[in-house]
Ligand binder design. Sequence first.
Ligand code: RIB
Length: 306
Amino acid sequence: MAGQSDVVILGIFVADLAFYAPRMPVIGETIAGSNFVLGPGGKGGNQAVAAARAGATTGFITRLGADNFGELGLKTWAAEGITAHVDQVETDPTGAAFIFVNDVTGENSVIVVPGAAGGIDAAMVDGYAPQISAAKVFVTQLEQPAAAAQRGLEIARAGGVITLFNPAPAEDVSDEMFALCDYITPNETEAEALTGVKVETVEDARRAGDVLLAKGVGTALITLGETGALFHNRDVSEVIAAAKVDKVVDTTGAGDAFNGCFAAALARGDAPLAAARFASIGAGISVTRAGTAPAMASLAEINVKM
Ligand code: RIB
């Protein structure tokens, strides 16, 4: 099939407007920031760039407005060699995200407005069933409606494609969706929202992982910030250490780097634990740079650190 990709990602693209400052202003206050970056974002869009830079042929399914931010998406995918499966509409604007980055710690807070991508629905996803079914790995998240994510997972599962579900941002997920996941990749907050288990330690993560396994997922890969990630299934429960980093500049999009790199490594046939180690290094590189999609690591950069 023309335009066939090994990794196919369904998600949103938005323009990220990142403001760097020592702290968040309180209501009614204006403070001076130290930097501003406007660039491509959205979890799905970031994951697509991460997967492509990590060496996978990558396709990205999304919905855009016919505007300047939409153009930014199209230019990004052309530059990164990503096959765009895009519904572009005149009726809705492309979305945007406000990102505060603490310019001392690199920690972030985000408000995301999906815009046109909020209109992705199951019928639209059905239109891209051939691309999803022909992939080796299918990835989605929860920034577009959950029903669309579920439809993508159903199509992938029916086609024998490896399914990777990044349940971000945290929201309720139907029982059917868990059973469609070969891999689920929540962070601590999302794992708590999905399982009711507060995740503060590796043992907490194991308990949350057990709940996710009982709900039908194949492997829970729970990201734990500076600790790394817990790879947890019925046979293995192992902590993948976070990559060592000299200076954290911006943690925004680190989870997306992890997911995109993990998908790329699975698609080329890496064993799952090796793929998770590769993903951890990709995420570690991404936090040393400002921005989200622009901060993703290349395959050569990851290989140097393997
Ligand atoms: O995961 C980071 C992303 O979340 C940002 O790029 C922002 O757009 C939000 O979607």
